[in-house]
Design a protein around this ligand. Structure first.
Ligand SMILES: [Zn+2]
Length: 71
């Protein structure tokens, strides 16, 4: 539930789901020697936007992040 948002601002869809950055959806990989690895966009997002592990509400339709879930 979100007090200000009634639908996805990106596509107008009316449902969303919660995803945790520590769940199996959002694993990221690191090498023991500290070299960069191929992690793709999700890894980049975690590093740049989200220093701590957190939960996000994402649109069920387009999958974009809607808001951060306070836990
Ligand atoms: Zn959407």
């Amino acid at each position: 539930m979100h007090r200000d948002m009634k639908e996805c601002p990106h596509c107008g869809h009316d449902t969303y789901y919660i995803t945790s950055t520590v769940s199996s959806r959002s694993q990221f990989h690191a090498r023991y020697d500290g070299e960069d690895t191929e992690n793709g966009e999700m890894y980049e997002g975690l590093i740049h936007e989200n220093h701590k592990w957190a939960k996000w509400a994402k649109c069920s339709e387009c999958g974009k992040r809607l808001f951060r879930v306070e836990v």
